[in-house]
Design a protein around this ligand. Structure first.
Ligand SMILES: [Zn+2]
Length: 859
């Protein structure tokens, strides 16, 4: 009896204490289904007591889907780089679940002007995408998802029944599982039983690179448009499968702030986003204000954040007939932290995020028909707007780089842009577009606005302050030959078959096994992967520093600078084995390698000429760690590892100072402030001994200022006129305009320089988001890439920065002893979509050491 009594007492105590914890967050007017597990029953702690790990978050969502199958369907939408599942809950009423596919199909028809006119939106459910913590170290979103999901699974009564009847929710508890896991591990391991709120405590200073990023240190909230990462690719598939009307994006901001929700700064909305989008954002915002007022939380809108770059989660929906909403909660970072507003506790940050999910649900219910009608109107008006627009289509394609062309086509198709093969070979703007290797995108199609968001060049801006980059013109970024087609150039005769699947490029060796050698044309995107694989197998290779012509594959062919020669006689393996290895690499990477049947050239250097130089297998290390720009470093890691299967050591400064450097022949340093403690003498000795040092962005400045390179930096004039009377309140605008947020510049390229091997045009578009300006060298051969007097192609640029860019060097090569220093002032690898810069980066790695030291030293 006593046992039973104590069991009951414990149960009551446990319930009370439990209910109290959840009741801090949940609306008190609602009854909850007791059969639905509360978070603690699955994750072993109360919400906000610890930071939920991704594993436990997934466990909880699976438990909910199991306990409430009539409301929740769990989809596994893919896996992250670290193998974590990306899950999506589809939440709606039991009745809607029975017709889910039919509801989806009907909903998506709103985005198809050929079908949408007859649809009746009076009773159609609205579709919501609720997403959390794309920055893994902004955890209140993902932790709030425990509450939102519990609420949606367990709440009872007519209010929730009515809501679920009219709403289909796509619910992603964690946009960035790898980052969330990394961050939760950090803060949980530093938590004290007696919470320490001192902001200086280690709990609040995560170790480099931090949980913000995905596995390769990328900011996934810049990848919605480039979509080069698996997380984005999986997510976009579901975005377009369902075409949500609202997408919420729960973030965190600095600890001393309050809570932000969109709309953002009105003058910083992308001009392609219709006004109506911002009107509706404003209407939805009224619900957030009302719900936050109810719990007494302070907030702000229309400041700090913008709606400009379509690669962000809260802006991408705006150009897809949807409304993207950014939430920014002040971060407690750890469990509780002293701030200007007192102690900010983790549970409070979670509560605000949960509350704005409730306000979004209320807004969706109330504005349902208006939002559905807007989606239909958005796509209907695309046709009339494109009719009034001067550009009728775009043609693009690189016959010498088929793989890169295909990566671009795949990117477009991820956004449901219709791409067609080019029916007839054509010429535009002096470029030849072959029907076998080019594509055409007509402007008049439902995704008209997004197409412009991808192809447009912009030189005029309403505002001169940007939260992120100011231009991202994709064909320039990819380095693809392309042309905008006017009404006189564009016609239906150009439009071939619609592309409906990713093209697999078959690799081969033309001409079969050779007794002489094989030739690889360097222009193809995946050639570096092929070259490394062959080198790694012990195969000796040569690079052509001259052009030549010879008969291969049955016809006379011009081979350009940078062609790779694999001579049979120089190998230690048999001709048979060599052929098998060459063939297998060609097939693996989808490239064509030509077999040489007759060793004589019809013009240019003979194969035995000293103009064919040995290519040394790169052995690469990159400096990483505190003070190194993690995204810049991550871009190089991703490029080498994911695209080319080339390994690279990550060296912290302390390790650099300690290890034997002789095992590396290539060292990479990217932007950052990490290099103060780096042993400069050790670095210089290593270069003089034959090492190749590759520097990008601010590392260029560091090397120039520390006597490592001979680069001469340009002095920048101040943009603030001290002779003028300026008001204090204007300072943000005046200083902001001087920032280099990121714009696109055309660099001229010397195609005969080893750093330009593989480029097919004598120019390339580079991306600059820094103030590193280099003077050209006295020797013209040491500046293989440079800017002319007006290099800006797209983006915001102040007068002072334009002056500094004028005739500047983009890339400078210095020699030191038998080594080389290659300074690249810009970022050739931006966000994994700047494939126009890939050859430059890769050439520095493979061919940097063969650049003629004599001419470079003439500097
Ligand atoms: Zn964020």
């Amino acid at each position: 009896m006593r046992k039973i009594f104590s069991a009951i007492a414990f149960f009551i105590f446990w319930q009370t204490c439990f209910a109290q914890e959840l009741s801090y967050y949940l609306p008190d007017s609602v009854q909850y289904n007791p059969a639905i597990p509360k978070p603690k029953e699955i994750i072993y702690h109360n919400v906000g007591e610890w930071h939920v790990t991704h594993d436990r978050l997934v466990n909880y969502m699976q438990a909910l889907a199991k306990a409430a199958p009539d409301r929740i369907k769990l989809e596994n939408i893919g896996f992250t780089y670290e193998g974590r599942p990306q899950i999506l809950l589809i939440i709606t009423s039991p009745k809607n679940h029975q017709n889910l596919e039919q509801i989806r199909q009907q909903h998506v028809q709103l985005t198809d002007p050929s079908k949408s006119a007859s649809l009746n939106t009076d009773a159609m459910p609205i579709v919501l995408y609720i997403g959390h913590s794309i920055h893994g170290n902004e955890p209140s979103g993902a932790n709030a998802s425990l509450l939102s999901a519990y609420y949606l699974a367990a709440a009872q009564g007519p209010q929730i029944d009515n809501l679920l009847e009219h709403v289909v929710i796509l619910f992603d508890p964690s946009f960035n599982p790898d980052g969330l896991q990394r961050f939760s591990t950090w803060v949980n391991q530093h938590k004290s039983k007696t919470l320490v709120t001192d902001a200086a405590s280690r709990e609040f200073s995560e170790v480099w690179p931090g949980g913000r990023f995905n596995h390769y240190w990328f900011d996934l909230n810049r990848d919605w448009l480039p979509a080069q990462h698996v997380e984005s690719q999986n997510r976009l598939k579901w975005f377009h499968l369902w075409k949500p009307n609202i997408l919420t994006d729960h973030h965190e901001q600095g600890s001393n702030a309050t809570f932000f929700f969109q709309p953002g700064v009105p003058s910083r909305v992308n001009p392609l986003t219709p006004t109506k989008n911002q009107e509706l954002t404003g209407k939805i915002a009224k619900f957030h204000a009302q719900f936050l007022d109810r719990i007494g939380s302070l907030y702000f809108t229309k400041e700090n954040y913008d709606d400009f770059y379509y690669g962000k989660g809260s802006t991408y929906p705006d150009v897809n007939g949807s409304i993207g909403i950014l939430f920014e909660q002040a971060s407690s970072r750890g469990h509780a932290q002293q701030t200007n507003n007192g102690i900010l506790r983790f549970p409070f940050t979670i509560k605000n995020q949960f509350t704005t999910t409730l306000s979004t649900l209320a807004a969706a219910g109330a504005l349902r028909k208006e939002l559905l009608d807007w989606q239909r109107e958005f796509y209907r008006s695309a046709s009339s707007e494109s009719a009034a627009y001067g550009i009728k289509g775009y043609v693009f394609g690189d016959a010498e780089d088929k793989a890169k062309t295909e990566i671009f086509v795949t990117m477009l198709r991820r956004h449901q842009i219709e791409v067609y093969s080019l029916k007839n070979t054509m010429k535009a703007e002096g470029l030849d577009f072959s029907s076998t290797s080019s594509y055409v995108v007509p402007a008049n199609q439902p995704q008209y606005r997004l197409i412009r968001g991808i192809f447009d060049k912009t030189l005029n801006y309403k505002d001169s302050i940007f939260y992120d980059i100011t231009a991202w013109t994709m064909p320039l970024a990819f380095g693809l030959p392309y042309s905008e087609l006017s009404a006189t150039q564009f016609n239906q005769n150009l439009v071939g078959d619609k592309i409906t699947a990713d093209k697999i490029i078959a690799g081969k060796v033309t001409g079969g096994k050779s007794e002489i050698g094989y030739l690889m044309e360097w222009s193809e995107f995946y050639m570096p992967a092929v070259l490394y694989e062959l080198q790694n197998a012990g195969i000796t290779t040569r690079v052509a520093t001259n052009g030549f012509e010879m008969n291969t594959a049955g016809s006379n062919k011009k081979y350009k600078y940078g062609t790779i020669l694999i001579p049979v006689s120089l190998q230690t393996m048999s001709g048979e084995e060599l052929y098998n290895k060459v063939k297998s690499a060609a097939e693996k990477y989808g490239v064509t390698i030509n077999s040489i049947s007759n060793g004589s050239v019809s013009s240019g250097s003979d194969l035995g000429s000293s103009k064919f130089l040995p290519v040394v297998k790169p052995s690469i290390a990159m400096i990483v760690g505190i003070g190194v720009n993690a995204t810049d470093a991550g871009e190089i890691w991703h490029l080498l590892d994911q695209r080319f299967n080339i390994p690279m050591t990550h060296l912290e400064v302390a390790s650099f100072n300690r290890v034997e450097l002789g095992k590396y022949n290539t060292l990479i340093m990217v932007g950052g402030t990490a290099y103060t403690d780096l042993n400069k003498d050790k670095l210089k000795t290593w270069i003089q001994g034959g090492g190749t040092l590759i520097l990008t962005e601010e590392a260029v400045t560091w090397a120039a200022q520390n006597g490592v390179s001979n680069v001469v930096l340009k002095r920048l004039k101040s943009g603030v006129d001290s002779s003028k009377l300026l008001t204090y309140s204007d300072r943000e605008q005046i200083e902001g305009a001087q920032a280099m947020s990121g714009a696109i510049f055309r660099a001229e390229a010397d195609l005969s320089n080893p750093l330009a091997y593989g480029y097919t045009q004598p120019y390339v578009s580079l991306f600059k988001a820094n103030k590193v300006y280099m003077e050209r060298t006295k020797s013209p051969f040491a500046t293989p890439f440079y800017y002319k007097d007006k290099p800006l192609q797209s983006g915001w640029l102040s007068k002072e920065n334009a002056e500094a860019m004028k005739n500047a060097a983009a890339v400078v090569v210095n020699a030191s002893g038998s080594g080389k220093i290659i300074s690249i002032a810009d970022n050739p690898n931006l966000r994994a979509f700047w494939l126009g810069g890939t050859k430059l980066m890769i050439n520095a790695i493979f061919f940097g050491r063969i650049i003629d030291a004599g001419s470079a030293r003439a500097e």
